[in-house]
Write a protein that binds this ligand. Structure first.
Ligand SMILES: [Zn+2]
Length: 348
């Protein structure tokens, strides 16, 4: 989605960010911040709001962007000379952050054709370090946003350490991550951490309705309460009608249904959530992601555990050399076995 950084009245781009922004302004003291929490709750938007606030030239802003000064206008237009945003190429378009790479390799090195990179490249980090050493173009401050920071590989993360430790001049950095454990400990320890929780469901539902999502309730549950994840899912071709039908499709028929039409990570995520809920139902609990009653009971717990391992392994591959459709079929077939094996064993 293309979210404005901050409205003309200085309100955060997503209404539920008002409270976390207030907390951040109250608590944050250092020059480096690590925002962690649910990615679909607005990590990037909060990071951008903080950066815009640091650069804001309104006298009474105190870290809150006014939305009206020249600096805020430049940030809103995404042309601020003192703001650098590092995101993987694969995320650029979805975040509305232009198509051309700031992280184009400067040495003319050929970029891999086809798939956009899911990593923040080391060239981009080196460029950020160069940016950090220049003086502020508007004479006030500078800001770097790195989203998500866990997409920096080891070399990139190490290259950044010195800048994080001793940022030149008036530079402030904000890093985001949905999995703080995935970051280098040396990188984590140089930042002040701030957690962003999922918003209250009522706020998330009201906002989703305002975005034109007709009946967002089930979808918000499906996406773990993260409203931006719901919009992403719809952009990826998700359909609210399919979601409650998925458990029975997989458990009874071993049918991939709409899953093969989704991007692979999205299909694996849906199966992981089904496996989680099937485990919960099997031990007498309630499903967390699928509607109550939609997840068939009576699966074999050991088979579910094996399925969970296979799904987790599949979710870790960065690139899949083989046909994604075949992989989804294989995973669905394995899942169905968890139910069919259990019914075989329960026969007299
Ligand atoms: Zn301003």
């Amino acid at each position: 989605m293309v979210a404005p950084l901050v409205g003309p009245d200085g309100a955060p781009p997503l209404p539920w960010l008002a409270a976390p922004l207030q907390r951040a302004l109250h608590e944050l003291r250092g020059h480096a911040t690590l925002l962690h929490g649910a990615a679909g709750s607005g990590l990037f938007e909060l990071a951008m709001t903080l950066a815009q606030g640091w650069l804001c030239e309104a006298p009474a802003g105190q870290g809150r962007p006014c939305g009206r000064c020249t600096s805020c206008h430049l940030a809103l237009a995404r042309t601020h000379p003192d703001l650098l945003v590092l995101v993987p190429d694969a995320l650029r378009e979805r975040l509305g952050w232009g198509g051309e790479g700031d992280d184009e390799p400067a040495d003319g090195e050929a970029k891999p054709r086809g798939k956009a990179s899911r990593e923040i490249r080391v060239e981009a980090v080196r460029q950020a370090i160069g940016f950090a050493q220049q003086s502020s173009a508007r004479g006030r401050a500078k800001a770097i946003v790195i989203h998500p920071a866990d997409t920096m590989n080891l070399v990139s993360a190490n290259a950044l350490l010195k800048t994080l430790e001793e940022p030149p001049g008036s530079l402030r950095l904000v890093l985001t991550t949905a999995s703080a454990q995935a970051l280098l400990p040396t990188l984590r320890s140089r930042c002040q951490a701030l957690r962003l929780d999922v918003p209250p469901a009522a706020d998330a539902l009201a906002w989703l309705r305002g975005q034109g999502v007709a009946e967002p309730e089930a979808q918000l549950v499906a996406m773990g309460g993260q409203p931006l994840a719901v919009l992403d899912w719809l952009l990826d071709g998700g359909d609210a009608k399919d979601w409650p039908r998925l458990p029975a499709m997989v458990a009874r028929d071993g049918d991939t249904g709409p899953l093969t039409g989704w991007p692979l990570p999205r299909a694996i995520d849906a199966l992981l959530k089904l496996c989680h809920d099937a485990m919960a139902v099997t031990v007498g609990g309630t499903p967390r992601f699928y509607p109550p009653g939609s997840v068939p009971a009576g699966a074999s717990l050991p088979a579910l555990v094996e399925w969970f391992k296979a799904l987790t392994r599949a979710s870790r591959y960065d690139e899949h050399p083989w046909n994604a459709g075949l992989l989804v079929e294989a995973l669905v077939t394995q899942g169905r076995r968890a139910w069919s094996e259990a019914s075989l064993h329960s026969r007299p």
